[in-house]
Design a protein around this ligand. Structure first.
Ligand code: ADP
Length: 154
């Protein structure tokens, strides 16, 4: 069984994340979207909200599961018996950052990181820019799935 973990903050889930997940569905038997819990990080959305956005968006997709984790990503993958980490790449900065992490993870375990390149129409989307727009009462509905735009309008 090909099981992948897609780790991230998802603060909040964006159409960039959704695109990577949708394109990974045919490649794996199961994808666990693993929402990171890092005590030193300040999030805009609570863990419950971040998981809720993903659950709602993929509620009809049996292959996609949602979970939380607060350990090393490779240790979490082992508990799930997942052999792959899924990540998205948008630009050279993502590549430089991801390269070192993927190589370290491969040294620590035998887990392969599979990268999908962002699609051209989503490459500029980032959770941090979306948080800025929300903070300034802007409309993010063309950048995020419905579960997030519904919540951020309230
Ligand atoms: P992290 O804090 O782990 O970077 P994010 O939620 O920001 O968490 O991102 C999770 C993953 O989604 C990362 O691999 C990131 O590169 C990818 N990603 C984020 N935005 C996009 C996008 N617009 N297109 C493709 N991949 C993306």
């Amino acid at each position: 069984m090909r099981k992948a973990v897609f780790p991230g903050s998802f603060d909040p889930l964006t159409l960039g994340h959704v695109d990577i997940i949708n394109r990974a569905i045919p490649l794996f038997d199961e994808i666990i979207i693993a929402v990171g819990v890092n005590a030193t990080k300040k999030y805009m959305f609570s863990l419950h909200e971040r998981m809720g956005f993903i659950n709602k968006t993929f509620e009809n997709v049996a292959k996609v599961k949602v979970d939380k984790y607060s350990t090393l990503t490779v240790d979490y993958c082992k508990t799930q018996e997942a052999d792959f980490i899924l990540r998205g790449l948008r630009n050279p900065a993502d590549f430089e950052f991801e390269k070192a992490i993927a190589q370290t993870n491969r040294k620590l375990s035998n887990i392969e990181t599979v990268f999908l390149l962002t699609s051209a129409e989503n490459s500029f989307i980032s959770s941090s820019i979306i948080r800025d727009i929300i903070r300034n009462n802007g409309d993010v509905s063309i950048l995020v799935p419905e579960s997030v735009s519904f919540k951020s309008k309230k």
